[in-house]
Every structure is written in structure tokens, then in C-alpha cells.
Ligand binder design. Structure first.
Ligand code: HEC
Length: 230
């Protein structure tokens, strides 16, 4: 067979063949354009996903708890400006999944932040934070997902997991979590003395509650320290 028959260089083709190929190329070009367009669309939607995945959580994401929105005995915020959706989830009588950007805090030094959908399926997309706070602001101490422990070496996620359904890991007092030895008098006293809001606004009993709490922290830290020796 003549090798030229396989050579698609147009200069080697008869004018008639060139016409046939030209006509066939039009749908091919359209197809190619369609592919390019759909790739373009995919790229755009990927860019949109990437933008959501860029929810930035740093020291500046946190503020004095009393400047957040109160819900019962804790506080919520939303880093994406979607506070109404966060409040709706927090107030849903049968529980609800909190929207991305939600911040939940019971005490100034611990926070849960709802990350983008799919960010951490095991923890329901919650990221756990331990924070250091003073009059100057917030510094993130520890952050992460299933691996973060509190200052007593206890795992945030393990304690919160029983409240997964239908409360989206939010324990409150009666959602099935292992209780913490800190009551709402103490958490209230901590909220009222969050140093990021300036001077404390104490209520009767706060001094005693904070004193008890400090003793517990010292004891807890001592026990942790003892355990680390053996
Ligand atoms: C010993 C179990 C335990 C551990 C460990 C623990 N929590 Fe909790 N957490 C609770 C319980 C129980 C509550 C609800 C307390 C209440 O309101 O009476 C709670 C409340 C909270 C709240 C307020 C919203 C809610 O779930 O009620 C946040 C936010 C929170 N914890 C974050 C953390 C973070 C962050 C860590 C780790 C640094 C952590 N917790 C470790 C048991 C635990």
C-alpha cells in the first residue's frame, strides 16, 4: 500500500479529500471546544471549592466570648458572617448540623470551629482548639481534629462523640457526653472574666467559683504531671 495514504499532511492530499476532512474537522472542533468549556467549568467550580476551603482560622478569628452571641449557657459566632444559620442550628429543638464557619465556646480557652463540608468527616468537620487568652487577645495553643487533647490530657473528640447524632457533637448538659467537672457557675464566671473584654463583670459567687476552678486546674495539672512520671 502507498504510504502516502496514511500521511495526513494536507499538502499530500487531493483537494477532494481535503474537503471531506475539513468537513469532518468541524464537529471535531466543536467537540474539542465543548471539552475545553467543560474543563473550564470544572476548573471554575474547583476554584469555588478551593475558595470555601480557604476559610482562614487564626488567632484573629477568636474574640472575647461575651462579644459572641449567647445561646443558653454558651456562645456562638460565625466566621463567614452566617450567624443566623448558626443560631438556628444551636436553637433547633431536635438538634441540627451547624453551618460552616460556626464557632462554639463554653469557656474562653476552648473552641470548636466548623470547617468546610468534607474537611474532616470523622469529626463532623469540627476543628478543636485550645486557646491562650489575655488582655492583648488570643493565641492558638493546640488545634486539630480527632487527635487534640485538653490541658488534662483528655481527648476533645472522644468526649464529644456521643453527641454526634443528632446534636452535631455539641454536648451541652444532656446530650450523652461524659460530664466535665465544671458546672455552669464556673463556666459563667470564666465567661464574665474573659480578659479580652477588659475588666471582669463578676456576679455573686464568681470569686468562689474561680477559686474552686483554679484549685481543680492545679490538681488536674499535678495529677497529669504525676502520671507523666510513671
Ligand atoms: C471529659 C470530656 C470532655 C473533654 C475531654 C472535652 N469536652 Fe468539651 N464539653 C464536654 C461536656 C460534657 C460539655 C458540656 C458541658 C455543659 O455545658 O454542661 C462540653 C462543652 C464544650 C463546648 C461548648 C459546646 C458544647 O459541646 O456543649 C465546647 C466548644 C467544647 N466543649 C470544646 C472542647 C474542646 C475544644 C476540647 C478539647 C480541647 C474539649 N471540649 C474537651 C466534655 C468534654
Amino acid at each position: 500500500m502507498d504510504e502516502k495514504a496514511y500521511n495526513m499532511n494536507p499538502s499530500n492530499l487531493t483537494p477532494r479529500l481535503r474537503g471531506v476532512i475539513g468537513a469532518a474537522m468541524t464537529p471535531l472542533k466543536l467537540f474539542a471546544t465543548a471539552i475545553t468549556l467543560s474543563l473550564g467549568v470544572a476548573a471554575v467550580s474547583q476554584a469555588a471549592d478551593a475558595a470555601v476551603a480557604l476559610l482562614k482560622v487564626d488567632d484573629a478569628s477568636f474574640k472575647c466570648v461575651r462579644q459572641m452571641s449567647p445561646v443558653r449557657h454558651f456562645y456562638v459566632d460565625n466566621l463567614l458572617g452566617n450567624i443566623n444559620a448558626t443560631l438556628a442550628a444551636a436553637n433547633a429543638p431536635q438538634g441540627a448540623v451547624y453551618p460552616a464557619g460556626s464557632v462554639v465556646q463554653l469557656v474562653p480557652t476552648e473552641a470548636m470551629v466548623k470547617r468546610e463540608a468534607g474537611f474532616s468527616p470523622a469529626t463532623g468537620d469540627w476543628e478543636f482548639f485550645e486557646l491562650a487568652v489575655d488582655a492583648q487577645g488570643t493565641k492558638i495553643g493546640k488545634r486539630g481534629f480527632a487527635e487534640v487533647n485538653n490541658r488534662f490530657g483528655k481527648n476533645c473528640f472522644a468526649c464529644h462523640a456521643p453527641a454526634r447524632e443528632p446534636w452535631d457533637f455539641v454536648c451541652e448538659s444532656d446530650h450523652g457526653c461524659e460530664p466535665i467537672p465544671i458546672d455552669h457557675t464556673m463556666t459563667g464566671a470564666l465567661q464574665r472574666s474573659d480578659p479580652r473584654c477588659g475588666p471582669a463583670v463578676p456576679e455573686a459567687g464568681d470569686t468562689m467559683a474561680l477559686f474552686k476552678l483554679r484549685t481543680m486546674v492545679v490538681l488536674g495539672a499535678t495529677i497529669g504531671w504525676f502520671k507523666s512520671l510513671f
